[in-house]
Write a protein that binds this ligand. Sequence first.
Ligand code: EPU
Length: 428
Amino acid sequence: MQKMIVEGGHVLNGKVRISGAKNSAVALLPAAILADSEVTIEGLPQISDVYTLGDLLEEIGGNVRWNGQTVHIDPENMISMPLPNGKVKKLRASYYFMGAMLGKFGKAVIGLPGGCFLGPRPIDQHIKGFEALGAEVTNEQGAIYLRANELTGARIYLDVVSVGATINIMLAAVRAKGKTIIENAAKEPEIIDVATLLTNMGAKIKGVGTDVIRIEGVSSLHGCRHTIIPDRIEAGTYAIAAAAAGNEVILDNVIPQHLESLLAKLREMGVTVEDSDDQLYIASRDPLKSVDIKTLVYPGFPTDLQQPFTSLLTKARNTGVVTDTIYSARLKHIDELRRMNADIKVEGGSVIVTGPVQLEGARVKASDLRAGASLVIAGLMANGLTEITGLEHIDRGYENMTEKLNNLGANVWREDMSEEEIIQFQNS
Ligand code: EPU
């Protein structure tokens, strides 16, 4: 088990290349199940969630060949193997095996998904969608059983705008008989990316990127080649790191339009942000002004950047209020930031950050992926050394974070934890 050590006070400068989008990748890989011939996906991020899904595709009989960031998935020998336990529980996105296997085989058994603890994360809207398409869905000993003699298109209104439910229903509906309409659908770029792959496989989908998606089911889908979109959350994380601890930083391989809500907030704080084609230039100058943020569904401010942004607010003048309307309990980073001398309190479900304060290095624990990113950013701003444990969360979603930060001039490294530290970590 390792910990990350961040030596604060080094100014970030230079260029960082953004990887493929994690939250697309974790849906694109299961989507390949739906094809009858080889699917090639290019530009995948080299993160543990991606490899876990690759292993799961092999478990159900897929032939999966990796070549760096490219994967070739031959689904010809896949079967509807039950996956009630094991790797399926390692990440939340394994729930996409439900829609994909239901669409392809008319049945699936999938253990209830794990992933980051962000408070309650129900999947009732996914199940509502599968049932509307004609599946029988039961929960037996912590696994979801789905069966359908035939899937038939339906009109489905999502009570909650959900990325996962929108994609999962799309995966099942592309091979259902007749027309499916998903109303109140989510509009995240990752949904468009998955729909692009499915369309290249022969699916008929209209309206992605709006809140009404129309799907005309087809009887079979074929293989194709697809290049993933860049990760807007990774890009956002480096943009925030640049604002927090940078001078002039260029983010390469981004779609700036995917980051409008964050970039508007950075500009409001006094950060210079310029975009050109697939690059963003971020220049930070002290002092920064505090702002309030409220997370919303896309194109609103993403919940996944709320925690990193909270760290940035500690160096801004005055008080900023952070409200997460998507995951109100996504607050596990707060106590850790306090350990680092941040002036933060939680009041009425919002986080109130008063700055500027000089953060101090401390021993802190990443309890989830984006909490980890927020602590790394705090460490870059802090005096002295910050030791971060819980790296398995960071590794699930950020490719080569240590190397990317060091290339920008940071001083970050990983060390094996002593036995005593491991015991302390496990008991904390
Ligand atoms: N919700 C329900 N019922 C459902 C589904 C969702 O009530 O059936 C609620 C959730 O509890 C939440 C809201 O709807 O309050 C939105 O959840 P959504 O389904 O959109 O989230 P998700 O699909 O499970 C994805 C990302 C998350 C990201 C959220 C919100 C993946 C694998 N995960 O989760 O990413 O926070 O959308 O944008 O795509 C991360 O990358 O760190 C991460 C957690």
